[in-house]
Design a protein. Structure first.
Length: 498
């Protein structure tokens, strides 16, 4: 028996193709309405009102609305609190069920529990599906039924379990006749005046946001943007393993923001990578591993929600961070005196993107050179990254700080000069984002303060005048960090890490 009327709630799945819960709604209901909420519970908490993510979502919702219209459906667009607006709209549309895809972040879990409870009081079913990952929650466990805390065994178990059914697409176009029009099923009712039940788009300005430089970046929004980037990446995926670590080279897929907001399907991406790996592509194999990391970090968050507040390894909470505000500001603003770190931070500030290798370098520098709490860096990235994802961001920062699961051992500390020479040998990336030292040679650009007096005169370059001197000596910082980690950690933990 089908539900007479259903409501589908778009969240981090802004596409009208291969969408698990949307497919369920269309096949299990006779009439399906769709809604997206610009959730004030999230938006009002954003201090910076020039936010590329909000604009990316806005552009993607505009495209989604047009796509649904072409299929005969409509999209209700709400600017309000989702936990209140969704139950109100469900009642206004007189629906029998609400469909949506799983969300795993603690705030979202609490929101969904609140919505489900409200709907239950009205006799409305709250139905969810898995869509954002291939395997979730307890689907991949150890032989003892425990969660994995080390990536490689998790990956091996993941690969052992994967089969074609897990990456099969959910067809939407074939069921488009089930989409309901704007007026079908709507009944006259009093509503919260802060909520507009309409397909009209609230403008960025209406929501208190200003346009960004998103249009100037190579990040097209919407499902069409995701498709274009994916198609382009597939032409060079075989080279991914060789090019992915060099920020001046077009190596990454650049799909992380699209993955974050669901304008691409994880099933489609995994299916393509899996197929090419089976055909012998080393690049596809490495990229598939990166996609598995997404599942792994969500696996960790689900089983250990405490990582949002503290270290996965509790003993690491004893570290005494220096938390120097001036050095933190220098790191945030890209003026540490270490060119690769500064270039990475300036790229983040200017574009909302940071290359994965540079995320590791900049995070290591903050935590291991400046001895600043990883949560400070995690929060800064959360504010700036276009592709911010709680589980991945938390996992990456705890990896760099050695506080997380399967993390880099505490005594492995990236040398920012060595990293610069290894991964930006000719200084091409540095020159783009730190133009004040662009005139230096390929040799000197990695450590400008070591430039010889003769070369300084030739370049008309004065360290400290034209570019900051290092905020800290790496060798001294490394020694201090090792001493603090050894002091804070039980002897057992130190022995295990070594």
């Amino acid at each position: 028996m089908k539900y007479p009327v259903a409501l589908f709630w778009f969240r981090r799945d802004l596409r009208a193709f291969d969408n698990a819960a949307l497919h369920a709604a269309l096949t299990e209901s006779e009439c399906v309405h769709c809604v997206f909420v610009f959730d004030r519970e999230i938006l009002d908490a954003l201090e910076d009102k020039v936010d590329r993510r909000v604009e990316f979502i806005w552009d993607s919702v505009v495209e989604l609305r047009a796509t649904l219209a072409a299929m005969g459906g409509t999209l209700h667009v709400i600017y309000g609190r989702a936990r209140d607006a969704i139950p109100e709209l469900a009642e206004a549309l007189d629906v029998d069920a609400l469909f949506t895809n799983h969300d795993y972040e603690p705030q979202a879990v609490a929101r969904d529990a609140h919505v489900a409870a409200k709907l239950k009081l009205k006799g409305i079913t709250f139905a969810t599906r898995k869509d954002h990952v291939i395997f979730e929650k307890d689907e991949v466990l150890t032989g003892a039924g425990k969660f994995f805390s080390v990536f490689t065994p998790y990956k091996n178990a993941w690969l052992k379990r994967i089969e074609a059914s897990y990456v099969q697409a959910y067809p939407i176009e074939a069921h488009k006749a089930m989409f309901g029009s704007l007026s079908s099923g709507v009944r006259d009712a009093a509503h919260d005046q802060s909520v507009r039940y309409t397909t009209d788009m609230p403008s960025l300005e209406t929501m208190g946001f200003k346009p960004t430089n998103l249009k100037t970046l190579n990040l097209p929004a919407g499902a069409s943007g995701g498709e274009a980037l994916f198609s382009e990446f597939l032409e060079r995926i075989n080279r991914y393993a060789d090019t992915r670590n060099f920020p001046a080279v077009k190596g990454p897929s650049y799909l992380s923001t699209h993955l974050r907001f669901g304008t691409v399907s994880i099933r489609g991406l995994v299916a393509a990578a899996w197929q090419r790996w089976q055909e012998g592509s080393r690049g596809a194999e490495v990229w598939l591993s990166e996609l598995i990391w997404r599942d792994f970090y969500l696996h960790i968050l689900h089983h250990n929600p405490r990582v949002v507040e503290g270290a996965f390894k509790p003993e690491y909470n004893a570290i005494r961070w220096s938390n120097d505000p001036e050095r933190f500001a220098a790191w945030c603003e890209g003026r540490t005196g270490y060119p690769l770190v500064d270039a990475a931070m300036r790229q983040l500030n200017q574009t909302g993107y940071m290359h994965n290798r540079l995320r590791m370098v900049s995070a290591s520098f903050l935590t291991k050179d400046l001895l600043i709490d990883w949560r400070w860096g995690e929060q800064y990235f959360a504010q700036k990254l276009n592709d911010f994802d709680l589980s991945a961001n938390n996992g990456g920062w705890q990896w760099a700080a050695s506080t997380g699961c399967d993390a880099q051992p505490y005594f492995r500390i990236f040398n920012p000069i060595t990293q610069s020479r290894n991964f930006d040998e000719n200084g091409a990336f540095i020159r783009k984002y730190v133009p004040e030292i662009a005139k230096l040679s390929d040799k000197d650009i990695h450590a400008p303060w070591l430039t010889s007096p003769v070369e300084r005169r030739a370049y008309d370059f004065v360290p400290g005048r034209d570019y900051p001197l290092p905020v800290i000596d790496h060798g001294e910082a490394r020694a201090a960090t090792l001493a603090e980690y050894k002091r804070a950690l039980p002897k057992r933990a130190v022995d295990i890490d070594h």
